[in-house]
Write a protein of this length. Structure first.
Length: 428
């Protein structure tokens, strides 16, 4: 397929490659689906398609290291095809899919199905996590060797915390043996069960059952201890509290194999976004106090947080049009991943290359993927971005099937002008 694509020459671009530190005006040549060359002034190959970037940023396509998809089992919420549409509009070219689907991705054939369905979109590489435990039920360890061979990028039980310390210890040992790691939902289940909002004054005033923020730090502390015992690598998903981040910072200083990501709601919103029972802002973990939001921003800036993931959790209207306590937790995140991250650039907390690194080279490096960089010979997965262009998040008008955005009504600066997958334009 790549042989039939004409060469593409991008000119008048601001090339940003966080992996190499490149941030300079220049051109980039794509040939047969890979990056052939980039630099100040490149010759124009005969028959090449010219894309004049007009000074916009040309960067690697985004690598979203954690997203839930409706397929298989909940296609009414979202399909792989609809997720691919939303991802392309958001500049995402590689996405790691959580395994707690119906059925769970605890079987090699199911992983292969998801990989093939991703390839069939032509616009998005979907790389599945293998279920850390059978059925993501937290009891029995999955067949890590078979799942890794079938293409599992790492192991996780998705939105379910691995509750048993013994099971988590085994998971860390086995994943290490297969050169991989375990992604944990860091929330001590017995403290979180039944809760729907962060414990405190606001939850009390609204009459909502609270989850203590300590539920996150307790699970993080336990799993750091297990990483120390096993030598295994634990990765904490959507970290949302200052206390947990302090523990992770210390573990990293100790040299343990401990990494983490966060998601846009936890550095852009605080608990007040649930307002008068606004179910679009009901998330898991729940939105936190302002002090925790600021701690997450600081951890992005100092490098404690390794990646920003979309934490995409599609829901249909019926899942959200319920009393707050009964509504599904989770929000869409593919179309807004870049825009919300850029709000921290416009706010002065992050430099643009630093923000892009958290969305490209750093998650790719963590997962051992050959993407997320503007490197000669690398896949031409590209994003063209105007960091200043304004737009507004409007639920009901977002790309893709799921519309349950916690950012509904939010004004943003930073718009995707075009997305290319293996040299083929898939958006814009």
């Amino acid at each position: 397929m790549h042989d039939t694509l004409p060469d593409t020459l991008f000119i008048n671009a601001r090339l940003i490659d966080p992996a190499s530190g490149l941030d300079a005006p220049g051109s980039l040549l794509v040939s047969r689906g890979v990056i052939a060359d980039h630099g100040g002034a490149l010759g124009n190959p005969e028959g090449a398609e010219i894309v004049d970037c007009g000074g916009a940023v040309l960067a690697p396509g985004l690598v979203d290291m954690r997203a839930a998809l409706g397929e298989p089992g909940a296609e009414y919420r979202e399909t792989i095809e609809s997720a691919a549409d939303a991802a392309a509009a958001g500049g995402i070219t590689t996405l790691c899919a959580l395994p707690d689907t119906q059925p769970a991705l605890d079987d090699a054939a199911l992983l292969q199905f998801v990989l093939r369905r991703g390839e069939a979109t032509g616009s998005l590489s979907i790389l599945p996590y293998g279920a850390a435990t059978k059925g993501c039920a937290g009891k029995e360890i999955s067949e890590y060797g078979l799942l890794r061979e079938a293409g599992a990028v790492a192991f996780s039980d998705g939105r379910h915390a691995i509750e048993s310390a013994r099971t988590m210890r085994l998971a860390l040992s086995y994943s290490r043996a297969f050169g991989s790691f375990v992604v944990q939902h860091p929330e001590e289940p017995s403290l979180a069960r039944g809760g729907v909002a962060t414990e405190g004054e606001l939850a009390t005033r609204l009459g909502l059952a609270g989850i203590t923020p300590a539920a996150e730090a307790i699970m993080v502390a336990r799993d750091i201890a297990l990483a120390r015992i096993t030598g295994g690598h634990v990765h904490f998903a959507h970290v949302s509290t200052g206390a947990a981040l302090d523990l992770i910072r210390s573990a990293k200083a100790e040299g343990l194999a401990v990494t983490c990501d966060t998601a846009p709601p936890y550095f852009d919103l605080n608990e007040t976004a649930i307002g008068d029972f606004r179910t679009y802002a009901k998330l898991s973990p729940p939105l936190r106090r302002e002090a925790d939001r600021l701690a997450v921003v600081a951890a992005l800036a100092d490098g404690t947080i390794d990646a920003i993931a979309s934490d995409h959790q599609p829901a249909d209207a019926d899942d959200k049009r319920l009393p707050f306590a009964q509504a599904s937790a989770g929000g869409t995140g593919l179309a807004t991943l870049l825009g919300i991250t850029l709000a921290r650039v416009h706010g002065g907390d992050l430099a643009l290359p630093q923000a892009l690194a958290l969305l490209t080279s750093r998650p790719a490096g963590l997962l051992g993927l050959p993407v997320g960089r503007l490197e000669r010979g690398a896949p031409a997965d590209l994003l063209l971005l105007d960091p200043e262009r304004a737009w507004k998040v409007e639920a009901g008008r977002l790309p893709g099937k799921a519309q349950n955005s916690p950012f509904d009504g939010r004004a943003l600066e930073g718009r995707v002008l075009g997305t290319w997958k293996a040299g083929r334009r898939v958006f814009g």
